[in-house]
Design a protein around this ligand. Structure first.
Ligand SMILES: [Zn+2]
Length: 248
């Protein structure tokens, strides 16, 4: 019996001693679903799927670096920094990550697929998820001991309440106006900056995010994704109207 107890203790110790993988975590599933649902996305129930895809990447991660940007130099996030990451979308061997470029990369994939008449909604599922990750402070700051130790708990701060608060998120949303990729880059930088600053604050105060701070972040994500959806919808409708005008 004693042996068994020791063994359980050893296994438990091993389990908790596993080095944390940045690619194994993000806001937990329900938080991601709620961002996408509040933003008004039909496929909101798939918004955690990019984390499912990521979980199978033992060798050659393609998806993981799309989910974070380790801002090691702790630089202010600018639209230029966002645009410089676009080419890195789906690039492997990028420990630094390229979350900001991934959002634009997914939008471009959607636009290209839509143009060629393909079913184009899966890139939007990725976009919904990346917009969620964008407001998470620990996806926007250095992957240090603080990040490793507190990542999982901060991913789950509102996990138990968020599905009941979609209406609250929607009432608090203030979607920015997006009319171009340049507007999108500016808005990505703004959300990233809010997350970076909050990441510095909780480090300074050596604590986890509060529930209020977490909702404020998730509301920024939902606002951004809502603005992206309405921008894409408008450009699509315009493209459709132009095509109809030409055929008529
Ligand atoms: Zn993620």
């Amino acid at each position: 019996m004693r042996f068994l107890t020791l063994r359980i203790a050893a296994i438990t110790a091993l389990f908790f001693a596993q080095p944390f993988q940045p690619d194994a975590n993000a806001w937990h599933d329900k938080t991601h679903l709620s961002v996408a649902e509040a933003a008004g996305f039909d496929l909101w129930y798939s918004a955690a799927a990019p984390d499912v895809a990521k979980s199978k990447e033992m060798f050659g991660p393609v998806e993981s670096p799309n989910h974070y940007y380790n801002n090691n130099a702790n630089k202010r996030v600018t639209p230029e920094m966002v645009m410089a990451q676009v080419e890195r979308y789906n690039q492997t061997n990028d420990d630094e990550g390229h979350l900001y470029g991934a959002i634009i990369g997914a939008v471009r994939d959607y636009q290209a697929m839509k143009k060629s008449g393909k079913y184009a909604n899966y890139p939007l599922v990725y976009c919904a998820h990346y917009c969620g990750d964008l407001s998470m402070p620990l996806h926007n700051t250095r992957y240090d001991d603080f990040n490793k130790q507190r990542h999982s708990i901060n991913d789950g701060i509102i996990e138990n309440s968020v599905r009941n608060n979609i209406g609250y998120i929607q009432r608090m949303m203030r979607p920015p106006v997006i009319e171009s990729e340049a507007d999108l880059a500016r808005e990505i930088a703004a959300v990233a900056e809010s997350a970076r600053k909050l990441g510095l604050k909780i480090r300074r105060e050596n604590r986890d995010m509060t529930v209020d701070e977490t909702y404020a972040q998730v509301i920024r994500s939902a606002s951004l994704f809502n603005a992206i959806l309405s921008w894409l919808e408008r450009t699509q409708t315009l493209a459709g109207e132009r095509a109809a005008a030409i055929t008529n």
